[in-house]
Design a protein around this ligand. Sequence first.
Ligand code: SF4
Length: 361
Amino acid sequence: MAITDLDDGGLSALVSELGGKPFQARQLSHWIYRHGAADWDECRNLPAALRRSLAERGPPLGSEVRETVQSCDGTEKLLIELRDGETVESVVIPDGDRTTLCISTQVGCPVGCVFCASGLDGVRRNLDAGEIVEQVLHARRRTAGGAALTHLVVMGIGEPLLNLDALLQALARIRDQEGIALGARRITVSTSGYPDRIDRFADAATGVNLAVSLHAADDQLRRRLVPTARATVAEIVAAAQRYFTASGRQVTFEVVLLAGVNDRPRDAAALIGAVRRMPCTVNLLPWNPVERIPDLRRPPPFRVQKFAEALRAGGLNVTVRKQRGADRSAACGQLRIQAALGRESPDVQAEKAEPPGLGSE
Ligand code: SF4
């Protein structure tokens, strides 16, 4: 078990087992979560004997960054290799005075949304709490010296609420004021809509924001887009409403827009009818093309605009996601798939093929 999988009680037990003093568990925790130590030698106020014993168990972090791909807009994708050789992706997204990190919670995804690279091969396993937290630690080391991470979105590979226990343990670590100290209001967890899990998440009272991926308000169309969905749109929206009532946090409904599939006037009308009774925001995400999904298309900007205007005319708050990392395998899960296939991303290939100075910018 990695050190980052241990809660405070587990850390205390480990330090005492290795002959350390009780207060040294807190020091150890500070070194990992506050200072981001990647080597026990960095933990200068721990006795040498304790550092040696810890080193015999392994390094502070169980995962490592295997590949990074940077986009011309500053977005950086990290391919992270886990203890057992599996990989997940995290994405660092700078935007003005905000730097947002998007993290994964599963290796692959069981939900199988038809437009998503991450669900193409199903799920291999859940991430441990430590593997979720370590994505934040890796990203923080990469941004050290630059802008600090200001926001976290749990929207990467996997369905977070199907790995709820590990997610809750990880969120406690990430929010811990003596550690990473990222406030609940700066964290958003995104789900593809499991009403019973949304209720359990509300009961945990984390205070974080909830985003619900709706994609369509018509049940038949939604089941085509999210084939594993069991709950109806009405049940999902009711659970989102309960989350709002319990947490006071306004829910965001997300819609990945696909040309000719869910971007029609009747799709906008159905969406207005489904969510207008609760305070919420609808976030439109024009689809990022995926090489292995050739049948879908991204809607042109004017169509996205028209859809957004129709929703606004129906009284909804609407945001449209800016495309980020468009030149660098932008869709979630693509980097991992390319690594699994033993191929470099097309972007890396292009970098190698082109002489310096003739890049895509
Ligand atoms: S969009 Fe999210 S929930 Fe759907 S398959 Fe991809 S990772 Fe899973």
